[in-house]
Design a protein. Structure first.
Length: 303
């Protein structure tokens, strides 16, 4: 079954085309990544999925329920963890979660609330007022609110932005468990290593359009090459090799990451460096990763 069906969705804000005909099908039980730079349209798309704004054209369904025409049922199927910290300062953590349960017609939900709090290390904060919590704890409560009605589809919009390592590990352990139990998870994040570790399939947005859509393994296989990382203790990289550099900001420290398409290129590169008089202090060959893919696509290259 298709968990989220997005068909030719468009959204414009005056002169800005936020989404320009986005189409995606996210299958039930997937752990799906939605990636892109700031302004790519990710938050607009999530807001449409959540029914918070209406698209100018196109259609979105959650488990077959139209997010506009059948909002109530679509919303029951969905749990969204927003990027912003939004909370009511007048309630404790437990009261907040009970109130959220009530919105979904679940008045006797304490057993699941206790389980969610336990999995997010919130149990000892259950009777603490929301305004007394740290930013990281408030974000845990946002996650708990999204999960309180056991939604089959979970959308996480930058869930670990600005939080500590402990929360990241706690969150991913719980979300991974829910995914194994059959929940569909959609993740947006700027931490590309998280997306690479968690997501089986990703879509990349650029200026409101899908510019890449594939499994993580296929994207990494198709990317243009790996990287030869060199630390020079003497001299500099020859000018005729500088077009291969992928992280020019590292050059001031004598470190150069060179994109290579085939291993046979390594010998030619090393020979050229020796000819120039530069001396290599350290060298390693690295496989391409999601960051390489992301940079290539956002620079306008195809994969």
């Amino acid at each position: 079954m298709t968990a989220i069906q997005i068909s030719n969705v468009e959204k414009r804000y005056k002169s800005l085309q936020a989404l320009g005909g986005v189409s995606l099908a996210i299958e039930e039980g997937e752990f799906f990544g939605l990636l892109g730079p700031n302004g790519a349209g990710k938050t607009t798309l999530i807001s449409i999925i959540a029914g918070l704004i209406k698209p100018d054209a196109g259609k979105v369904t959650i488990h077959g329920h139209d997010v506009t025409g059948d909002f109530r049922e679509a919303r029951r199927k969905l749990g969204v963890v927003p990027q912003e910290l939004v909370f009511d300062p007048f309630f404790t953590v437990r009261e907040t979660l009970r109130l959220q349960s009530g919105y979904f017609g679940l008045p006797n939900n304490d057993k699941w609330i206790d389980e969610v709090m336990g999995n997010l290390d919130l149990t000892n904060k259950a009777d603490t007022n929301m305004r007394a919590l740290s930013g990281g704890m408030k974000r845990r409560v946002l996650v708990a609110q999204a999960l309180v009605h056991k939604p089959p589809v979970i959308v996480l919009d930058e869930p670990t932005a600005g939080v500590d390592v402990e929360l990241r590990q706690t969150l991913w352990k719980f979300i991974s468990r829910l995914n194994r139990e059959g929940h569909t998870v959609v993740l947006t994040t700027h931490y590309l290593e998280e997306a690479q570790a968690m997501c089986k399939r990703v879509a990349m947005l650029k200026t409101g359009k899908v510019v890449a859509l594939d499994t993580m393994s296929q994207l990494i296989r198709r990317i243009s090459g790996s990287s030869l990382v060199l630390h020079l203790k003497q001299g500099a990289l020859p000018d005729d090799l500088r077009h291969l550099v992928t992280h020019p900001e590292d050059a001031a420290r004598g470190k150069y990451s060179l994109r290579i398409n085939e291993y046979t290129e390594v010998e030619r590169i090393l020979a050229r460096i020796r000819e120039s008089g530069a001396v290599i202090d350290e060298m390693q060959l690295q496989q391409a990763d999601l960051e390489d893919i992301f940079l290539q696509i956002m620079e306008g290259e195809t994969v």
